[in-house]
Design a protein around this ligand. Sequence first.
Ligand code: NOJ
Ligand code: CA
Length: 714
Amino acid sequence: MRKITLILTLTLLAINIYASNTLKSPKGRMSMEFALNNSGTPTYSLNLGEKVVILPSIMGFELVEPKDLSTGFEVIDVKNSTFDENWTPVWGEWSTIRNNYNEMAVTLRQKNTDITMVIRFRLFDDGLGFRYEFPLQNNLSHFIVKDELTQFAVNGDHNAFWVAGDYDTQEYHVQKTKLSEIRGAMEGAIAPNCSQTPISATSVQTPFQMKSDDGLYINIHEAALVNYPALSLTLDDNNMVFHSELTPEPRGNKAYLQTPSQTPWRTIIVGTNGADILSSNITLNLNEPSKIEDTSWIKPVKYVGVWWEMITGKSSWAYTDMNSVNIGQTDFTKEKPNGIHGANNENVKRYIDFAAKHGLDQVLVEGWNVGWEDWFDKNKDFVFDFVTPYPDFDVKMLNAYAKEKGVKLMMHHETSGSTRNYERHLDTAYQFMVDNGYNAVKSGYVNNIIPRGEHHSSQLIVDHYLYAVKKAADYKVMVNGHEMVRPTGLSRTYPNLIANESARGTEYESFGGNTPDHTTLLPFVRLIGGPMDYTPGIFETKISKLNPDNTSWVRSTLARQLALYVTMYSPLQMAADTPENYERFLDAFQFIKDVALDWDNSIYLEAEPGDYITVARKAKGSDNWFIGSSVDENGHTSTIDFSFLDPDKTYIATIYSDAKDAHYEHNPQAYEIRKVALTNKSKLTQKSAPGGGFAISVTPATDKTQLKGLKIIK
Ligand code: NOJ
Ligand code: CA
């Protein structure tokens, strides 16, 4: 009898294992369940403690041939393992990162086709990553993904923070609505004067942030987007279920794959406050270690640029007023200059002098190369060759001038969306950089993609960006990609990808404005994937001061512009305003000069999407700390507990804050700078104005005399 019971129990156990498998995170905080439903369709669900993050949600694919890859599966193997390591990023928010998860790899066989597919789950204490793998096999070699069927069923009508789903751009306003209100708010998500085309009335892009009534913060994104289209989410708002929406190629298919291959990781970061989400390293941890062996040439960069004057309309990228030119056939020395070309020798020298005087690393120069007359020609494939300067930009002279002053010029490659043209020129373009002393390029993809019918986030074009980044590494070139697909942590693997734009940047302050809470949202809906070249530091918030015809204005106080160097993490930071504007506020500019670009440690002190973010960071290899806080239109009072400081040291803090009467709209330039003394017992209460913020630099006092006259914060 006993034997029978034992056999019965074992059999039941076996059935259980095959019908449903549970997995717990290393500390047991999160749990998930994998199961096959009645149709043999894989499903997963996710919990934090007792709280439901994701209800049972289906997984699988529709292929072109065989059509169905989502039903009729059986489990043939389940492998559990655990992983724990500390690794060192080349640059980052932390000097070491812990990668600790429990893994469950479920091997499935579709009974009628004999196709094998693995779903690999990695459960961390702060969330889940999973991906599909297609091993080498007889019944599946080349195949076409018509649709990915992965769903994310959420447990209620959560608050949501989102960017409209779009196959080509992320440069939207960020929305704050209930899930049920996404449909109604979609129109307001679109920026005036922008050719943005949301995928549908309920499609959002990732990273996508939610906050549930029972206090969960949930962030959905993807990691390691390689050889696959980007993922957006379309909400079935009757059932609160998100469906995967992959960017199509011209025929409407999604991905062309060959075994062995795998999808990117689908990620769900979960926390009980906003700081948990921003402190998570799941995205990086699910990417592969650096494939670049010698990374000694990859360095954080602080830069100024001949840029804001073009963005505001004060000067132009183009050299002439012609509507069209033929690269290689137009002799620009014979053409009439338009008189407002920004990238001219004299002006560039002015920026180099400024960078040298203030210890900044590089000077970006846009509009240096011929072709800008055709930039907006949607039909033209061959707009730029990336090596031919306009006659008033002397490449050799300017690079020598910069070098003499200890500064580098930063290259600019606007591709005008023709990835085809860029690939034709890529080797020559990078070699030209090496020959002339450039080591960083800002590349851009404004305009419709050529090959026609492709999108900025379709598989072929996703492949192109990585091709450009890998090739750049061959030339020891760092890349800052604008209008590329939004990042998914690939800078761990290719750390020469030092930043992306891929969201609505500061440039929009000159095109009608960003909402005052914009920078409290971007860390949640954009930076989860990687650093952003947000180009902060605009001190003159009235754009008309540069260009009287431009009535736009910056929705931020000056103090908050400083805070962004800390709150918007990036190893690449621009001081985006013009030298003459900085000369007017050199005491505030001091913070931009001082702030570090690379960190040993980052502590998110408070973070509420759409309201405020306050973060403290310790500079890499130093005892200096920098603190930044950015707040929405309601203002905010922060209390900073400095217990993270070294108990054996006393520090001098320089606080750059909004003045009492500061306001992002009426009084943005009202700021105060004060010095106080701090210890690790200090608690500082600091107020931020509506649309304001503060920045603090903290350095240990080296002798007591430095503390004389300073108030010690208790
Ligand atoms: C858009 C980019 O975001 C901006 O920074 C750049 O100046 C223009 N394209 C021109 O390439
Ligand atoms: Ca842009």
